[in-house]
Write a protein that binds this ligand. Sequence first.
Ligand code: SF4
Length: 501
Amino acid sequence: MTIVLSEKEKKWMDSVIKEEQITRYLENGRDFIDDEEIWEKLRKNQNPDKQRIREIIQKSLKIETLEPDETAALLNVKDPELWQEIFDAAAKIKKKVYDNRIVTFAPLYCSNLCVNNCVYCGFRRENTVIKRRRLTLEEVRREAEVLAGEIGHKRLIVVYGEHPTTDAKYIADTIRTIYEVKVKTKNGYGQIRRVNVNAAPMSIEELEMLRDVGIGTYQVFQETYHHETYKKLHPEGTIKSHYQWRLYCHHRALEAGVDDVALGVLFGLYDWRFEVMGLLYHARNLEKFFGIGPHTISFPRLEPAANTLFIQESKYKVSDEDFKKLIAVIRLSVPYTGMILTAREPAHLRNEILSMGIVTQTDASTKIGIGAYSDRYTEQKAERQQFLLGDTRSLDELIRELAKMGYITSFCTAGYRCGRTGKHIMTLLKTGREAVFCKLNAVLTFREWLDDFASEETKIAGKQVIQKELEEIKERVPAEVFSKLMEYYRRIQNGERDLYF
Ligand code: SF4
């Protein structure tokens, strides 16, 4: 299928892609995903012996990125006992790097206009059942007021399709608008302190614009790393059909000084083992050029979407069992990275995976319709959404369940504002030192949230977690740090906000 573009669209597309910002990273004219090499590694490492797998696990526990052959060996494990060892190690690594914190966020869809025609996506241009809309800045403000002032989110991921009317300037304007929102709450005030962006690949110049308004993480998913499948699913003539423009967008972001970049694939488009290898190659290539790997990795699976038959027909759907395995292998392969599990997944599976102790971030009170938070409708509306969510639990409910599992929900955004990003954060993560800073900030921000937004039931469960955390912190940090923490803690109880280490 080839898409016929209007002259205007064509001109716009040609102005966006800058070949010289790709070619500088190619090696012998090729990108870093060699499909044949990946399959060869997966074949070569079949039937790995126990000893070798245990050595690979030990390497991950030292927070070292794995070699492709090592990840390929993990992906080939068959023995259930060894898988259990992999799951246990994945939980240990997460604890070592991120402790028992879970960070929460919400997606905010600003527009569903899109020039592309990805066959698996409800927002594809040829899908006429979708009601198209781009939020005005006033509407963006209203959405942010509900998210920050009523639900209590501190972090958002703002989402845009690829379209000339949602270019870098529009994205920058929406980020600025969101940062301006400050809403009075029960005890203090609510505001969004970190705006991450999921948007199309951009040029270095455009990414510099976003850097200047204080973008958090720049997240772009490759969807599938397999060249041939990518070509089939992203019709020729669309801007997204340019595989390498997409593949190197994180390189451009890091060049532009956007320190935190996020990777992901859409599992279900191609063989999941290949995709995990693709993520590893991607992380390693970023490390090679910049000494900075991905800040987070996401692993969404295909979900039903309005008028999108491809999803039911895909032969690469990932089962729940394989899903858990791939999450654990990512954790071991890129041990320092944050890992995001979203409300695409049904509540029971999300609880099960969260309780495995591997992931670091998740969303809640999620709505993905355009303008859905301020419109306050409760049912999902397929014709307004990119896909259908599996879990619509509120932030309050999720936090309560996490607290019962022994996790502390962190609303900390201090790291970014203290320069703990990019290379600096990589070192802190690899040495486990970030876990200490974050623990203190997790306690402070969690207390803020409990006072401002929690139901009585959640408050009780949350305070128990805080009590336990304070006891642990007291043992772990110098006396003066603990007394400063307690001073901040009291000030927060009295209505002060945003105190951090
Ligand atoms: S996946 Fe993204 S680029 Fe593709 S059609 Fe959907 S919104 Fe557009």
